[in-house]
Design a protein around this ligand. Structure first.
Ligand SMILES: Cc1cc2nc3c(=O)[nH]c(=O)nc-3n(C[C@H](O)[C@H](O)[C@H](O)COP(=O)(O)OP(=O)(O)OC[C@H]3O[C@@H](n4cnc5c(N)ncnc54)[C@H](O)[C@@H]3O)c2cc1C
Length: 247
């Protein structure tokens, strides 16, 4: 079925053509095997990164695509039409870039953002916990401050790309109540971080969704994104994923 698209520019039309071509060649041809066998699509995100599809709604200053949100969403639709799991992971990666892009300091952005937006680093978003889904303010994962950083302890659940991502936008508790949640740019691996087996899902088999177990992992202070206590606001603003919005 073809879709009539309303796009704002010739550049956006070309981008959609490119996405369809890449999707037909690199996604549609492999989707059935990976979804059936529940195997990770090695190399697919490199293809999307090389095409510039992993930072589309972010500013070009740090390597984003500088595209309006409506164009980014239409690219996601074209990816999803060919491989839903890859589109979801692309969406979550893009979402995971939001806290640093919007709330990071200049130094933090310069250090990490270019590699995130050009897809060299793939991101996950770690807000949910076993007993904190819709009610994210109920999360209990702890981030205890020490001289040079924070010690992370707790269980996070339902992480798209869990165990595979290079970094996580991680939300953990530095105080009490809704104002006691902070956001961290956590590394994808750490000797005090372990992941559970992939959840048994009804679909989206090729990309794992897992639990993460943080057991006293020390993160450097520079990995706090925004101010202490700002995390829940960051998490909620990230979910609509509108980097160009003012809120
Ligand atoms: C495939 C998959 C991938 C996911 N990936 C991620 C990820 O990458 N990162 C991450 O952090 N999380 C992820 N999640 C978790 C997802 O964000 C949560 O499932 C979601 O927040 C809902 O939480 P819950 O499942 O605990 O449901 P609940 O919060 O228990 O909600 C269950 C039902 O109750 C309804 N409900 C809840 N509260 C109210 C209320 N106050 N009034 C009326 N109705 C209510 C909800 O709408 C829902 O229908 C993923 C989940 C899935 C299934």
């Amino acid at each position: 079925m073809t879709t009539d698209r309303i796009l704002p520019s010739r550049e956006a039309e070309d981008l959609l053509d490119l996405t369809r071509a890449i999707g037909d060649r690199h996604l549609a041809t492999h989707v059935n095997r990976h979804e059936r066998d529940e195997t990770y699509p090695e190399g697919v995100f490199k293809v999307l990164a090389d095409a510039g599809l992993l930072g589309l709604p972010y500013s070009e200053e740090f390597g984003g695509g500088g595209q309006p949100y409506e164009v980014y969403l239409q690219v996601l639709e074209e990816l999803a039409a060919r491989w839903a799991a890859v589109a979801v992971a692309t969406s979550v990666h893009t979402l995971a870039c939001f806290p640093l892009d919007r709330y990071g300091t200049a130094e933090q952005r310069e250090r990490w953002l270019p590699q995130m937006l050009d897809g060299r680093l793939i991101g996950g978003y770690s807000l949910s916990e076993p007993h904190a889904g819709s009610d994210a303010a109920a999360l209990t994962c702890q981030a205890v401050k020490f001289t040079n950083g924070y010690t992370i302890s707790g269980t996070k659940s339902w992480i798209t790309h869990g165990g595979r991502a290079d970094f996580y936008a991680l939300f953990a508790r530095t105080g009490v109540g809704p104002q006691g949640i902070s956001c961290f740019l956590a590394p994808g691996s750490h000797d005090r971080l372990a992941f559970g087996p992939p959840e048994q899902k009804m679909g989206l088999h090729a990309i794992p969704t897992t639990t993460a177990y943080w057991d006293g992992a020390e993160l450097e202070a520079e990995r706090l994104i925004g101010a202490e206590g700002q995390g829940l606001g960051i998490a909620r603003r990230a979910l609509p994923q509108r980097p160009s919005a003012d809120t």
